[in-house]
Write a protein that binds this ligand. Structure first.
Ligand SMILES: Nc1ncnc2c1ncn2[C@@H]1O[C@H](COP(=O)(O)OP(=O)(O)OP(=O)(O)O)[C@@H](O)[C@H]1O
Ligand code: SF4
Ligand SMILES: [Mg+2]
Length: 347
């Protein structure tokens, strides 16, 4: 990767857990994000995947300044944006935009599509002077594959897929360099998911955008991601290129997630092993000691309860190299092919 556009290090978000109404007392913390590191290059896509509640949206919100980190740094072009305020912050925020999960609730039903897409210009009038806005919005509608004449319609007049196109057009209005898409297709029918992913793929090359693409299903991000980070209970437990993660996973959690990915070929489906995880995800207020995955890991041993595995290339693969040599936070990392390569999942 060339100089990263966005670099996140030691990112933490703990929500205080309080008791009492008059005398509020902190009795613990929800460790929603508990030490996340990653880098994103220009024009690149990083997929972030993990089960519900693992902290994906909290990471997304911190990236776009909807939440303040408890600790850690978010560097945009080398500058820690968590320390910025005023004009400097406003300039950075313009460059990192978000597309939300649910196009049914994230668009204001009382505003026209034109007003929704053009709203960011109210905050940044320098990007589009008033007289030019209508034309800009119509261009954006065209870019996302919607009829520019729909500019005066309301959200309820559109299908789910079309609404997400409106959300994407709004995300593009300020010509950002980074788009953080938090489960942008999860609320859509399977049949339209691929269309929206393909649109995002096309826009990425057209506008040289970098994406953080969040999903809970590994099959959705493969098609669009250059690299993938797998999250569990507030941390990234394995990260690598799409080939490394899908064809050479070494962390038991990634292997379990992959074993649940739909495989279209019935022959391959019959031969692959399903790894069913037992037990529930522990509460982020009470994270297990040592490896946070150990309460559900079929390989857990004594060492896993006492020693925290770091996200690094496991020693076993360090000298040998090859596709298994990528960061994996497991003391006993081993390669295991879960998805047959020819039947690679994708929308
Ligand atoms: N404002 C808040 N106050 C307290 N806890 C919170 C807050 N926001 C999120 N959490 C908790 O932090 C954890 C992570 O939540 P987050 O929404 O980031 O997960 P997620 O991975 O996006 O899940 P999903 O797939 O369901 O969207 C959850 O346990 C959630 O309940
Ligand atoms: S460190 Fe231990 S518990 Fe954690 S993933 Fe590896 S084997 Fe499982
Ligand atoms: Mg979420």
């Amino acid at each position: 990767m060339t100089e990263p556009l966005l670099e996140v290090s030691g990112l933490v978000k703990h929500y205080p857990l309080t008791r009492g109404i008059v005398f509020r007392k902190q009795v613990g913390a929800v460790k929603a994000v508990d030490g996340v590191d990653f880098a994103l290059g220009r024009g690149e896509t990083l997929g972030i995947v993990g089960e519900s509640g693992c902290g994906k949206s909290t990471v997304a919100k911190m990236l776009v300044h909807l939440e303040r980190p408890t600790a850690g740094a978010i560097r945009y072009k080398g500058e820690d944006v968590t320390r910025l305020s005023g004009k400097a912050l406003k300039a950075v925020r313009r460059n990192i935009q978000m597309v939300f999960q649910d196009p049914y609730t994230s668009l204001n039903p009382r505003m026209t599509v034109g007003d929704i897409i053009g709203e960011p210009y109210e905050i940044h009038p320098e990007i589009a002077p008033k007289g030019e806005r209508r034309r800009r919005v119509q261009d954006l509608l065209d870019v996302v594959g919607l009829n520019p004449e729909y500019i005066n319609r309301y959200p309820h007049q559109f299908s789910g897929g079309q609404r997400q196109r409106i959300g994407i057009a709004r995300g593009l209005a300020l010509r950002p360099e980074v788009i953080v898409a938090d489960e942008p297709v999860s609320a859509l029918d399977v049949s339209v998911q691929a269309q929206v992913v393909n649109l995002m793929d096309r826009l990425q090359s057209e506008f040289d955008l970098a994406f953080v693409f969040i999903a809970h299903d590994l099959s959705i991000v493969r098609h669009i991601s250059d690299r993938v980070g797998v999250m569990y209970l507030g941390r990234i437990v394995e990260t690598g290129t799409d080939t490394q993660i899908y064809d050479h996973p070494t962390h038991p959690y990634t292997q379990a997630l992959l074993s649940a990915v739909p495989v279209p070929d019935p022959e391959a489906r019959a031969h692959r092993e399903r790894i069913i995880l037992t037990g529930d995800v522990p509460s982020p207020t009470n994270i297990p000691s040592g490896c946070r995955f150990r309460t559900r890991c079929w390989k857990a041993r004594e060492r896993c309860a006492t020693e925290v595995p770091l996200l690094a290339v496991p020693e076993a693969f360090r000298t040998a190299g090859g596709p298994a040599a990528h960061p994996s936070a497991c003391h006993f990392a081993e390669e295991k092919q879960v998805v047959p390569p020819e039947t690679a999942p994708g929308p």
